[in-house]
Design a protein around this ligand. Structure first.
Ligand SMILES: [Zn+2]
Length: 133
């Protein structure tokens, strides 16, 4: 088990969820015309820039968590280079009606954002953890 200190709360993460990067899956989406947002730590492809979407009329937000840490979040419809590893919770959610799960980079397992689930699903990715966003 590994833990992540998110929202000032220790969450246990089952590391059996942490599978190696699925390069074939990502390569299927490879296209020289497409720009990828990448993990700033390991350069893994995280999301297509073209999948950036608006949620509640904005595609990016600045939020503060209960521990006082600010996050600049960009919203994406999909993030195949990430993996959601925790149970969903609505505790301190930044998007009313959406529960969240911690999203890690599939390759280096750094925390890069959250998968939000409500009437639909989207990713809130931490801009400072990414390049090309
Ligand atoms: Zn990474």
């Amino acid at each position: 088990m590994i833990t992540a200190n998110i929202y000032s709360k220790q969450l246990e993460i089952n590391d059996s969820f942490l599978k190696p990067v699925v390069e074939d899956e990502l390569n299927l989406k490879e296209d020289s015309d497409k720009k990828w947002v990448r993990c700033r730590n390991c350069h893994n492809k995280i999301a297509l820039f073209s999948d950036k979407i608006s949620i509640n009329e904005n595609d990016s937000y600045i939020f503060k968590n209960p521990a006082g840490i600010f996050f600049r979040i960009a919203c994406f419809a999909n993030a195949p280079g990430s993996i959601a590893v925790s149970d969903f919770t609505d505790e301190h959610t930044w998007f009313t009606g959406y529960r969240w799960s911690i999203a890690l980079c599939r390759l280096c397992h750094k925390h890069i954002g959250w998968l939000y689930s409500g009437s639909d699903e989207f990713y809130g990715l931490i801009a400072d953890k990414l390049s090309g966003v």
